[in-house]
Design a protein around this ligand. Structure first.
Ligand code: PEP
Length: 253
């Protein structure tokens, strides 16, 4: 019913050589992947080149987008431009943007609406900090990050969209949440959406992100409410990323 979706977030890493090697490896090793959806989110500068050279079954995701379509906004990139170069998914509200660029829920909600209005797929990142986790606020924080979009755009906004649960304390730390913890919070997220519309709740893709590697991917991906993985560090190693994609391709349904 829900496709498994693996996204590799390359963040601000890579150079000509690294990117070319990654493209070559992914083209070679992922050509036969058919059940699992795969996307990569490279630094913006490389997207056009990658799009022209990557296998058709690997989709392109942007790491960010501005809230304006065009205008005097130095340094920004618009959704229209991203669409023109073949982007299909856009990461919205990654914790690194919430923290370093002070993006709040309202601002993220505007980006989300814009992505939807261009018929691209938003990947809405949500998740609690270490302190919020210790205070038992995980569910409350995740719901408030979703609520802002529900209030502004309604439940329909979650049709054909992706939520990535990424506890801030697990990103880039090597300390992943356990598969059972993740399953529990994913179920809570789905139930929260189901209060508005059960069908949409059943179809929304909920990914987990935070120190996923080839060792923890199997147990993670085989939880019933974990529909995919958003992968940072491990996606920059083609061998590891490929192993994770193969694990996801075999997800028990
Ligand atoms: C991320 O950047 O979204 C992420 C999950 O990073 P990592 O896999 O390195 O924890």
């Amino acid at each position: 019913m829900r496709n498994t979706l693996i996204i590799g977030n390359w963040k601000l890493y890579g150079n000509d050589l690294i990117i070319q090697n990654l493209i070559n490896e992914l083209n070679k090793t992922l050509a036969e992947i058919s059940k699992c959806l795969v996307a990569i989110a490279p630094p913006l500068l490389f997207i056009d080149r990658i799009k022209k050279n990557i296998a058709n079954n690997i989709k392109i995701c942007a790491q960010n987008v501005d809230i304006h379509i065009s205008g005097a906004f130095t340094g920004d990139i618009s959704i229209k431009m991203l669409k023109q170069i073949g982007v299909q998914y856009v990461i919205i509200g990654h914790s690194e943007r919430r923290i370093y660029h002070k993006e709040n829920n309202d601002y993220i909600s505007k980006k989300y609406a814009l992505v939807k209005s261009f018929n691209l797929i938003p990947v809405l990142c949500i998740g609690e900090t270490e302190l919020e986790n210790a205070q038992g606020k995980t569910r409350e924080v995740c719901e408030s990050q979703i609520k802002c979009i529900l209030d502004n755009q309604g439940i329909e906004a979650f049709k054909n969209s992706v939520i990535a649960y990424e506890p801030v304390w697990a990103i880039g730390t090597g300390r992943s949440a356990t598969p059972l913890q993740v399953q529990h919070i994913h179920k809570c997220i789905r139930n929260y959406l189901a209060e508005q519309d059960e069908t949409i709740a059943k179809t929304v893709t909920i990914q987990y992100g935070g120190s996923v590697n080839e060792k923890n991917a199997f147990e993670m991906i085989n939880q019933p409410d974990i529909d995919g993985l958003l992968i940072g560090k491990s996606s920059l190693n083609a061998t590891i990323f490929t192993k994770i994609v193969r694990i996801a391709e075999m997800k028990r349904t």
